[in-house]
Structure formats: structure tokens, C-alpha cells
Design a protein around this ligand. Structure first.
Ligand code: NIG
Ligand code: FE
Length: 407
């Protein structure tokens, strides 16, 4: 963009503005301005306030009463994979249970894929996300599970996002069946060494059928020693030690949180660890949804993310997750939109996104709707009309792949 841009006549501007906008402490609580305007300059928000007081700018976009929100921050996604598990989904809908072991079929397909095939699949999903209003996303490895296959997964992820997560500890691959300890040593040794240069985060699937508490602790500690920040897949399939491990490691986020004891909720509330809820996974596995209300009432910071992956949650849609959270997880529309924007930023420890106030990155979406509530009120409807990333308007044309501006 050259020069400044004024977006005016915004029916409802969700700002999540921090109390003191002069500090770059990141998003504040849910907040909105009716009949608002916003100015973008030099890739950032320069001004936000009532339309009547809007300053002049070089260019003008008339929102004609539509809602404008911060771009979604999808803090949990598995986008580097090959293969299809539609038949597994169909069998689940016919009564089969979900098990962590299904991951292995994607591992087989991913290992067999060329770099070009993996890159094409990744870019297709990134494009889907952009069209649905996601302007920042995290991307995990975890379907390679050999040193070269994990290394290429994080390298490919690093082409499209700076929020890359090393998830060598997703499941124990079949060739290590008799020696899970040996696999953990590989994950925290040579595999970590190969993946750390491309990664910001280290993650572990701490669950029955995946990795236990001590294994998870060992992987997180090794990752931290290499400069990676911890996050944990915890308590997706049942009660277990995942939350305690996450809190003890100072993880930015404990993800899933579907089955929680009172002690887990208290531990999260007393910690700096965000509870990232992934309702697409409960939808795709026919599990009970996590109880967001219980977490919010206890004072836990809640984020919403897609968990986009070919097994448990093959959706790239943050609006779909917002709708599920409002309908089935006892979140208000404001809480769900906050969790999908500012909450995701908190889960990624980002202070530049998830809100719209002077100094924030100009990542914003315009809805074909007058308020944020329509994201849940009109489920499944493609409401995202326009997307700006770092102040640049994205072409949402159906036959264009655009990922270059993601950072
Ligand atoms: O987050 N929980 C572990 N990993 C994914 C599932 C991946 C798969 O089934 O392929 C998840 O749900
Ligand atoms: Fe996941």
C-alpha cells in the first residue's frame, strides 16, 4: 500500500483495544466501537475511533455499515501432510471411536509424498485459511517422524509462517514400536537438532496412546534447552497429566483441554498458560465439547483454534470454530470472537496481532454482516468479504494462491 487508507462507516469495529494503547503489551479485553473508522498507515493501525472524528487519509474504503474485526489468529494447526482420511471420518460417524493411532496412516502418506506435493497441499490450506479471515497461524510438524521427514516438515512450514512448531512427539511411529524410549531419545536428540533452526515452538501429544508425563517433560526440556518455547496437546481423549506438565513447563498454551479435573482448571487459572480449545476436533470425533464456561468462570484465558489436520479436525475455518463455541461451549459471541483473535495472540505470545489499536499490525477483516455475532448467527456462510494483512488488501479471488505476505 502506498500512503494511508481510511476505512470509514464501519457499523461495528471490534478492537480488543488495550487499556493503554501507548503500550505495546498486546490485546486487551473484548471491546468494540459502533459507527467507527480506522486508518492504516505503514502496515499498522494508525488511528481507530468514531467515524465522525476520523482524520483524512490518502485513500478511502466505505464499509457501508459492515463489521470490521481483527484477523483471526489460528494458534493450532497441522498443515504439512499428505493423504486423506475421509473413510476414517465416515466410519467414526457410523460409530467407530477416535484413537491417537490414526495419525500413523497420515505418517505413511506424508513420508511417501514429494516436497512439491507437501508444499502444494500446505499452500492450498493456507489459501483456505486466508479466505476465511485468518491472518496469523501456527503450523506443526508431526506427520514425518523421522529426522529428514520432520526437518522437511518444519522447513516447509517456515515458508509460510513464523509460528512453526516441532511436534516430533506426536506418536511413536511403527518402526519404534518395541522401543518407545529410543524414539523419545531421537526426538529430543538428533531430530530436535535438525528441526530447531526452523522452529519457534516445541509440542508434545501427552495422552494415553501417545506420550506419558515423563516422556513429555523430557522432550519439552530438551526443546527449551535449544531455545524453543513449549506448548502441549493435553487432555484431548481423557483425564491425564497433560495440563500439569504444560503448566509446570511454563507452556504458552495447553491445547484441547476437553477432559479437565478441578485441579487442572485451578492450575491453568493460576498460571500464564492459555487453554486453547479446538471444537473442530470434538465435531470430527463426536466427543463432548470442552466446557469453556467452566474455564472462563475460573479466570482461565481461553483461545479458540482450528486444529486443522486430516484426522480429527479437517477444518481450516475459524468462523466455524466460533460458531461451535457459541452454540455448544457456552461462550458468548464476544468471548468466542476474543478467543479467536486476541486469545490466539496470547497463546502465541504475540503482542502485535489480535487487536486493532494504534501500533497494532494492520491485520483485519471486513464481514458481509453488521456485527461479530453474525459469525455464529449465520454458521457456514462465507461472511469474510475482505482481508488486510500488514495493511495490504488480499485478493480473495478463487483461482489465486497468495501466501507471500504471511510472516
Ligand atoms: O490435535 N492430538 C493429536 N493430534 C491431532 C490429531 C491428528 C490426527 O488424528 O492426525 C489433534 O487432534
Ligand atoms: Fe492438534
Amino acid at each position: 500500500m502506498t500512503g494511508s487508507l481510511l476505512i470509514t462507516r464501519i457499523g461495528e469495529l471490534v478492537t480488543n483495544s488495550p487499556a493503554d494503547a501507548s503500550e505495546s503489551a498486546g490485546p486487551g479485553d473484548f471491546a468494540l466501537i459502533s459507527d467507527a473508522a480506522l486508518v492504516i498507515e505503514d502496515e499498522k493501525v494508525a488511528w481507530a475511533g468514531p467515524s465522525a472524528r476520523a482524520p483524512a487519509a490518502d485513500g478511502v474504503v466505505d464499509a457501508a455499515g459492515r463489521a470490521v474485526l481483527p484477523g483471526f489468529v489460528d494458534s493450532h494447526a497441522h498443515l504439512v501432510f499428505a493423504g486423506d482420511r475421509g473413510a476414517e471420518f465416515a466410519a467414526r460417524m457410523a460409530g467407530d471411536a477416535y484413537a491417537a493411532g490414526g495419525i500413523r496412516s497420515t505418517v505413511t502418506a506424508t513420508r511417501a509424498a514429494t516436497d512439491a506435493e507437501l508444499r502444494a497441499g500446505l499452500r492450498r490450506l493456507v489459501t483456505e485459511m486466508l479466505r476465511q479471515g485468518t491472518t496469523t497461524f501456527e503450523c506443526k510438524s508431526g506427520y514425518g517422524l523421522t529426522v529428514p521427514d520432520e526437518a522437511r516438515s518444519v522447513a516447509l512450514a517456515a515458508e509460510v509462517t513464523s509460528e512453526v512448531t516441532y511436534l516430533g512427539a506426536h506418536v511413536v511411529p511403527p518402526e519404534w514400536d518395541g522401543d518407545p524410549g529410543g524414539y523419545v531419545d531421537l526426538v529430543r536428540g538428533p531430530m530436535l537438532e535438525a528441526c530447531a533452526p526452523y522452529s519457534r515452538w516445541v509440542d508434545v501429544f501427552c495422552e494415553r496412546g501417545a506420550f506419558g508425563a515423563d516422556e513429555a517433560r523430557a522432550v519439552l526440556a530438551a526443546g527449551k534447552a535449544c531455545g524453543l518455547l513449549p506448548r502441549v496437546h493435553a487432555n484431548q481423549l481423557g483425564l491425564g497429566p497433560g495440563i500439569a506438565v504444560a503448566v509446570e513447563a511454563g507452556a504458552a498454551s495447553a491445547d484441547h483441554c476437553t477432559f479437565l479435573s478441578d485441579a487442572d482448571v485451578a492450575a491453568l487459572a493460576a498460571s500464564g498458560t492459555v487453554a486453547t480449545l479446538l471444537p473442530g476436533a470434538e465435531f470430527g470425533t463426536r466427543q463432548p465439547y470442552p466446557d469453556a464456561r467452566r474455564l472462563l468462570d475460573a479466570g482461565v484465558v481461553v483461545a479458540l483454534a482450528t486444529d486443522c489436520n486430516p484426522g480429527s479436525s479437517y477444518t481450516s475455518s475459524m468462523p466455524f470454530c466460533v460458531a461451535l463455541a457459541v452454540r455448544d461451549m457456552r461462550m458468548t459471541t464476544a468471548e468466542a470472537v476474543w478467543a479467536a483473535t486476541a486469545g490466539g495472540a496470547r497463546a502465541l505470545r504475540r503482542t502485535d496481532v489480535g487487536y486493532l489499536a494504534p501500533g497494532a499490525r494492520a491485520d483485519l477483516i471486513m464481514l458481509d454482516a453488521p456485527s461479530h455475532a453474525h459469525l455464529a448467527y449465520r454458521p457456514g456462510v462465507p461472511l469474510v468479504r475482505a482481508v488486510w494483512r500488514s495493511g495490504r488488501r488480499s485478493d480473495l479471488g478463487l483461482n489465486r494462491v497468495q501466501i507471500a505476505a504471511y510472516e
